[in-house]
Design a binder for this molecule. Sequence first.
Ligand code: NDP
Length: 447
Amino acid sequence: MKSIINEFLDQVKQRNPHEPEFLQAVEEVAETVIPYIVEHDIYYGKNILLRMVEPERVITFRVCWVDDAGEIRVNRGYRIQMNSAIGPYKGGLRFHPTVNLSILKFLAFEQVFKNSLTTLPMGGGKGGSDFDPKGKSDNEIMRFCHAFMNELFRHIGHNTDVPAGDIGVGAREIGFLFGMYKKISNGFTGVLTGKGMSWGGSLIRPEATGYGAVYFAENMLKTKNDSFEGKNVVISGSGNVAQFAAEKVLQLGGKVLTLSDSSGYIYDEEGIDADKLKFVMHLKNEKRGRIHEYLEKYPNAKFVKGKTPWEVTCHIALPCATQNELNEKDAKLLLQNGCICVSEGANMPSTKGAIAAFHKAKILFAPGKASNAGGVATSGLEMTQNSLRYKWTREEVDNKLKDIMSNIHDACIEYGKDENGYIDYVKGANIAGFVKVADAMLAQGIV
Ligand code: NDP
């Protein structure tokens, strides 16, 4: 088996040199899915995974815009249309200076499996730009978003490709992108998700990824007759996913000890309660400040510069910032300090070594493609409401989100439970996600 997997990975490496994040994501899937393919005749010998690692289409384009000083700026835009076997391409847009082909291909590849797990009819895609929104004025953000959409519009559509937000793309950016799409296409369609509530957005969409990651952890804890009640929780990030993960943890009786951004983390031993979280939301979403400014209001907390929060003793860890933010050393420290559950809000935040350590210790570990699928699932619900020209209540959407997270959890058990009862959620999510897409690809022939 090892040689079949290595042969496959060598081919992918040769074709995609200099794409470490993409290769990391493919390797994780190959290690669990190839043994399944070999055991199942309907998939064996059809090069199905080799087809899945090749994007259906990769688009890169120039984005020129003018900054407030009148200077012409040039950025690079991307859209990876990875797989449309089960529905239109669907996946977020990331605006961050680190964005490159490798990162977007890894995200698009993960998205294919994640979207399949939601049980909704959505293919996988991802896009973005190396544009850095930090420190830009609202007018600069608007000009960039308009310039970006001026090219992207010809490649997307509500039945073709439906982008959403990701790092650096929140409600403000979606508004500007949607405005330009609507103008150019002369149509009001649900071509983007994460829209504002008065113009086609869905209730609970902003909360969905963070809430979903906590619902997933709640499902995992239930398998041990446990819950969030009284648990110390360490969260990384302080953006959309981290904020709403924290909100849901508080609602379920847990204590949130940390939040972070790329400059370091804050540790509040007394707990970041609902009022303090409201302050963080204002600080990050309205003021667009830095997390260390928390100390100006709550001086009892600590700011640890340049570090991640995994050294803080906790029962549950929720990585909600970015890829590869939790390495093997961090994982060992978490385990040593008594961590029993890790649910990924971010995409691929744990390195391969970290995942191996969690599996070896047999703790509850959920990979992002399962545990953060609530965001895209609720985007799917936004698309449904747009098609119906209807709006569900907050409670209706939240109940659907809970059901979807619980169904994903069940699917992980179906394909990931071993003979000793341990649930390998990585294996479960990869195989469950693969089966639906592979079946659709086989039914549609070699296209
Ligand atoms: P935001 O832009 O709202 O927030 C990102 C947070 O992560 C910020 O606190 C940011 O800090 C921090 N961060 C970003 N890059 C780094 C880095 N290199 N090192 C340390 N910290 C970093 O993004 P989201 O909350 O939307 O996304 C967070 C993660 O969740 C991403 O992995 C994303 O792909 C994933 N995700 C998001 C979904 C969504 O619905 N939004 C859906 C599914 C997954 P700083 O401000 O300093 O950059």
